[in-house]
Design a protein. Structure first.
Length: 290
């Protein structure tokens, strides 16, 4: 029971990180119906920026802010110069996203090298016990930050004028434009907000596991896409739930079988949902634009 509790806590913590990646991923798809495969690479670059600043002696808060801003800036540039020119093409944005992702990864490789890097962060060596369970303050920080940011996202999308504009663009982009909604500005905000969530998840991932790599972009893209499909593409809370479920499943697989089976189980879970519940846990049906 104690071992199960440890694995469950590890899974919940990892799941929150996946959830934050998936929320950003689902936000872009839910609004624009674009599969943003560059999302994972943007979060990787922002995470490395934070790591480099912390290692260089910058205050923690400044390193985090600059990392988040870097991810948002890259996402905005990618949208403007790679996605917007081919927005009306169904296939081109997906192909473009893969190419841009590889460019971002190789730029990061040139700057920081291919080796795994440590991610200095407070609270990494501390722990306390609650009954039979061993917990770390960092786990509480990760869980609390993830839930708080998801709640903020929910409020932004449902209670603000910007959120209403986002939903209008999602439902009918041409009509939203005719009604005077600044569609391009809304789309830029969507990409920037998705990147902020992704980089925040990457920073928490690096802090929790104390290592990051330039190859984490592909893994992040895979896990974010899987969590989004599990939760229901286009649903913020569905994506969050999908990330939690994926993290718990992967942790239990690692604890009770072999870590080499994680990717296999991830793909099997993805295929299972695509076949038997393509609308995900939230049951969201995407708006199809012709």
């Amino acid at each position: 029971m104690e071992f199960f509790g440890i694995q469950l806590l590890n899974g919940l913590t990892a799941g929150v990180v996946y959830a934050m990646l998936a929320v950003g991923y689902s936000l872009v798809y839910g609004i624009l119906q674009q599969i943003n495969f560059a999302h994972g690479y943007v979060y990787m670059f922002g995470t490395f920026t934070t790591m480099a600043l912390i290692t260089g002696g910058a205050p923690l808060w400044l390193a985090i802010v600059v990392g988040l801003a870097t991810g948002a800036l890259i996402a905005v540039l990618v949208e403007r110069f790679a996605y917007r020119p081919v927005r009306n093409n169904r296939l081109a944005p997906t192909v473009t996203a893969v190419g841009i992702g590889l460019v971002i990864e190789n730029v990061a490789r040139l700057i920081w090298g291919p080796q795994i890097r440590p991610m200095p962060f407070p609270l990494q060596s501390e722990y306390f016990t609650v009954g039979p369970f061993v917990m770390t303050p960092l786990q509480i920080v990760v869980l609390g930050t993830g839930l708080a940011m998801a709640a903020i996202m929910g409020l932004v999308t449902t209670k603000t004028n910007l959120g209403r504009a986002m939903r209008a663009v999602r439902d009918d982009l041409p009509t939203a434009e005719l009604m005077g909604i600044p569609v391009n500005r809304v789309i830029v905000f969507v990409y920037a907000l998705g990147a902020v969530f992704g980089v925040a998840g990457g920073i928490l991932y690096g802090a929790y596991y104390n290592n990051i790599s330039v190859t984490m972009g592909f893994a992040g893209t895979l896990n974010a896409f899987t969590a989004t499909v599990i939760g229901g593409i286009g649903s913020i809370w569905g994506a969050f739930a999908g990330g939690i479920l994926l993290g718990v499943v992967q942790s239990l697989v690692t604890g009770y079988t072999d870590s080499a089976m994680v990717n296999t189980v991830t793909f099997l879970l993805l295929i299972t949902f695509l076949i038997f519940r393509p609308n995900g846990l939230a049951g969201v049906k995407a708006v199809i634009r012709l």
